[in-house]
Design a protein around this ligand. Structure first.
Ligand SMILES: *Cc1c(COP(=O)(O)O)cnc(C)c1O
Length: 397
């Protein structure tokens, strides 16, 4: 029963359901969608035998990605975490540095920092974007940072702070311009974790095309998938070249000699996965339209439900709506788990936000600013089904 003080959980679940196909027992959060040339291109790999580290699809996929995002160079790699790792290395992150990342993110952002021997330093998020709060970061750095010899140091820990890694949460772009401003003021590199935001634009320019380097992911649950995969984006040709070199074991090209000029990584995306990626990328504009159609439907049905709101893209952004999100009002936080329970029991997959990074055992002693906003968002966020195929015509009134 609903009282003015209780969220009508059944009503919320019914609202989600009204946007979903009626004939399904289970609807996942983000299911892959293969309706184009996937079979043809993958079969071509199998027929030709070019399934692994050599083949035409890797290069083609990289070219298509660069064209779509507008960057000078895209380098395909095995997954988004590997992409982030190499981005940070090439942005100059070294052993003992600190890297500023949101507390509200997927574990990969923090892990990639640690793979470089660096220490994550957690930043608060803002309600408007669900991503890093540029204003709060600016004020915080004014308090704790000092510039020495062109580098930024944390006066409290004594460590160098090298980079800022904003993440475009659920595909919604963070407020990049003020963040770039903060980075410039404090001599920090901007590396975008754009793993969730392929197809999302900030002020008309693709996310991942703003920082020095950025990372995409093509994991099975992302907007497009290569099975597993990722990419490094950059507008710096020499960094792009270096990214390719580092992710392909740092082998110096030669007809028969095996000569490697530094420690590299075997992070190359196999041709088989790239083939899948090419077929998926061909359909990306159509996928984005379907995702927007579903998002608008959610917007409509949640307009008249109180206690909870559907998260809408910030005014400066065109979001891919990778994962639609509901935000509970502050006085309905205690009903989150009931909502999760009831929807999942009914075969509608819903999920809470990630546990904030500073609450995980391996990061509990890392430096952090006040995280009030992230802490609040963590208790109030719920992701709801957002697959491309849901952008069909059913459910419309
Ligand atoms: C998916 C994702 C990644 C990369 O994940 P992989 O599974 O390694 O491709 C990185 N950061 C965020 C925020 C992500 O959502």
């Amino acid at each position: 029963m609903s009282t003015p003080f209780e969220l009508d959980v059944q009503k919320v679940v019914a609202a989600i359901k009204s946007c979903l196909p009626p004939d399904r027992d289970f609807v996942g959060l983000h299911e892959p969608y293969f309706t184009g040339n996937e079979w043809n291109y993958v079969k071509e790999c199998l027929d030709s035998g070019w399934v692994s580290s050599i083949g035409q699809y890797v290069e083609k996929f990289e070219e298509m990605l660069a064209e779509f995002t507008g960057v000078k160079r895209a380098v395909a790699v095995v997954n988004g975490t590997a992409a982030l790792h190499v981005c940070l290395k090439l942005a100059g992150v070294e052993q003992g540095d600190e890297v500023l990342i949101p507390a509200l993110t997927f574990i990969a952002t923090a892990n990639a920092v640690v793979y470089c021997g660096a220490i994550p330093h957690f930043v608060d998020s803002e309600e408007k974007t669900l991503g890093m709060d540029p204003c709060k970061l600016g004020h915080y750095l004014s308090d704790i940072a000092e510039i020495r010899g062109g580098s930024c140091f944390n006066r409290i820990t004594g460590r160098r702070m090298k980079a800022v890694v904003p993440m475009h949460t659920f595909g919604h772009p963070v407020d990049l311009e003020p963040l770039l401003d903060v980075c410039q003021r404090f001599h920090l590199e901007l590396v975008e974790d754009a793993a969730e935001s392929l197809g999302s634009f900030y002020k008309g320019r693709h996310t991942g095309n703003w920082g020095r380097m950025s990372a995409l992911s093509f994991n099975g649950n992302k907007v497009i998938t290569t099975g597993g995969g990722g990419a490094i984006l950059t507008n710096d040709e020499s960094l792009g070249k270096l990214a390719k070199h580092l992710t392909t074991t740092a082998k110096v090209p030669h007809k028969w000699e095996f000569y490697h000029d530094q420690i590299g990584y075997n992070y190359r995306l196999p041709n088989l996965n790239a083939a899948l990626g090419c077929a998926q990328l061909e359909q990306l504009p159509a996928f984005l339209e379907k995702k927007r159609a579903l998002a608008l439907r959610y917007r409509e049905v949640f307009q008249n439900i109180s206690g909870v709101r559907w998260f809408e893209e910030p005014g400066f952004a065109r979001s891919n709506y990778w994962l639609n999100a509901l935000l509970l009002d502050k006085d309905h936080v205690h009903e989150r788990d009931v909502l999760l329970e009831i929807s999942n029991v009914q075969g509608i997959m819903t999920r809470p936000a990630w546990t904030l990074m500073h609450k995980l055992p391996m990061f509990k002693d890392c430096p952090a600013m006040d995280l009030a906003s992230a802490e609040s968002l963590e208790t109030r966020l719920i992701n709801i089904p957002s697959s491309v195929f849901l952008g069909g015509t059913y459910g419309q009134t």
